[in-house]
Ligand binder design. Structure first.
Ligand code: PLP
Length: 458
């Protein structure tokens, strides 16, 4: 099972708009010469030659959570398809991935989607799916540092989860981390994570897009390595979510994958993962992908509507950056998404679409989902609310299999749940569940609870 990395395989950064421009994965480069995005491109012929589809499936299925480090990780069980230049000893893994695909029939039935399942990515080490990409980026930098590269620190701008993941992986690798956060716009739990991991935490009086501009300036110095998803090493880890989903469906795919979108790296990553599996012959078709945005931070949704109204395919010409408004879904409060061109291509390739949810819609979806045993972060709730709307409009039918990607753990967003159940949000909390105070007399407590149970609705 444990085999040395295969030297026939290789991957490079390649300019999205010019296939002749490429760079090794250990070069410090984030944009193409024309200022466009880069993507990681693998030597497809070498991958196809290395193993048959049946052999790839057998290899990946053999690497379970009991495999030796790092193949036990959901990401590194696919090392050959992710970062073929890394030796297993370079990898910095916190045992990310392998998230459960939870059948969510009880909630699904209430929204007309009995075949709904939730990919529980928030159960990972730092509580969000950002771990998938961060392990790839930090492992690559770890290998560069071991070879003597002059890297003083890793740095990122963040809406909370990226900085938590970077701080954890940087600490595990022993590489200093700088995080730039919008002051007052992330949850307490998210702020405490980089603090606890010893990162240099900078709170800026701006929004995420402002932090992004500051980190771009900071990382002009090549010794400060940029860890945002503009760095497409992150996408290589995030795409393994699709590999896991294909495995969850016994090497086939669901009809739909819904994911909340902010900076739009993940909608692109999910499409990339499925497209690569198709090219390797491991799956036979692509799922449709729905990018789910908060109404208060919806630049891609606006572009999608504009294109639909004008009856032409979505293109960058339909898009204009916006100033994102405050939303409960704080991790996707982004008005100028960096990975927009990749997301547009991803939606075109997967016959995808964009939907949005209001604050009241997402809060209600979260509350109702929680009552079926889920524990939903506000971003996952955006995707659940969008699933509900797409089902109501008949875009998704009840026969179809639907996966909602749960991107973070609900426990990271306690303030959201607290305000909902206290009823202090700006709209009615129809499913608020306030605790009842019953003093301390056992007889009275018992009598009151019997009375309360008579009124109780599960
Ligand atoms: C980062 C993040 C997203 C969105 O991913 P993008 O690639 O920025 O679109 C969604 N939910 C949570 C919890 C996140 O941390």
């Amino acid at each position: 099972m444990q085999r040395a990395h295969d030297s026939s395989l290789s991957a490079r950064f390649q300019a999205l708009d010019d296939a002749s421009e490429s760079y090794p994965l250990d070069s410090v480069v984030y944009r193409s010469r024309s200022g466009g995005l880069l993507e990681v491109v693998h030597d497809q012929a070498a991958l196809n030659a290395a193993r048959t589809p049946a052999e790839w499936k057998a290899l990946f299925d053999s690497r379970t959570t009991r495999s030796p480090y790092p193949y036990s990780s959901g990401v590194w069980s696919k090392l050959e398809l992710v970062q073929p230049h890394l030796a297993p000893s370079d990898v910095v893994s916190l045992f990310e991935g392998n998230a459960h695909l939870l059948p969510a029939e009880r909630f699904g039935e209430t929204i007309g989607l009995p075949r709904l399942a939730v990919k529980q990515c928030g159960t990972t080490h730092t509580g969000s799916f950002k771990d998938l990409g961060m392990t790839v980026l930090v492992s690559t930098v770890h290998a560069m540092v071991k070879k003597g590269a002059n890297i003083r620190a890793l740095a990122c701008a963040s809406t909370g989860d990226t900085s938590a993941a970077l701080a954890a992986y940087g600490a595990a690798a022993g590489i200093p981390v700088v995080v730039l956060l919008p002051r007052g716009k992330i949850s307490t739990a998210q702020l405490l994570q980089p603090i606890a991991h010893g990162a240099l935490v900078a709170a800026l009086d701006t929004d995420f897009d402002g932090c992004m501009r500051a980190v771009a300036e900071l990382t002009k110095d090549p010794s400060i390595y940029l860890a945002n998803s503009m760095n497409s090493l992150r996408i290589e880890g995030q795409k393994t979510l699709s590999y896991e989903l294909a495995q969850d469906f016994a090497w086939s795919v669901p009809d739909w994958v819904l994911v909340p979108g902010g900076n739009l790296g993940n909608v692109s990553a999910i499409a990339k993962g499925f497209i690569e599996l198709l090219e390797l012959g491991l799956i036979e078709r692509l799922p449709r992908i729905a990018c789910c945005q908060a109404e208060r931070a919806n630049p891609l949704y606006r572009a999608f509507v504009r294109a639909s109204e004008q009856l032409h395919p979505l293109s960058e010409a339909d898009y204009a950056p916006i100033e994102a408004q405050k939303t409960l879904a704080s991790a996707i409060q982004i008005g100028a998404p960096v990975s927009l061109p990749k997301a547009i291509a991803a939606l075109a390739r997967t016959d995808g679409l964009v939907e949005q949810a209001t604050e009241a819609e997402l809060a209600s979806a979260a509350a109702r989902a929680d009552r079926t045993g889920l524990y939903t972060c506000p971003h996952t709730a955006v995707a659940l609310a969008c699933a509900e709307k797409l089902a109501a409009r008949g875009v998704i039918s009840k026969e179809q299999s639907v996966v909602v990607v749960s991107t973070a753990h609900g426990l990271k967003f306690s303030e959201f749940k607290q305000r909902y159940h206290e009823g202090t949000l700006e709209f009615a909390s129809d499913f608020a569940n306030a605790p009842v105070s019953l003093g301390n007399d056992p007889t009275r407590v018992s009598e009151e609870l019997h009375r309360a149970l008579d009124r109780f609705r599960a």
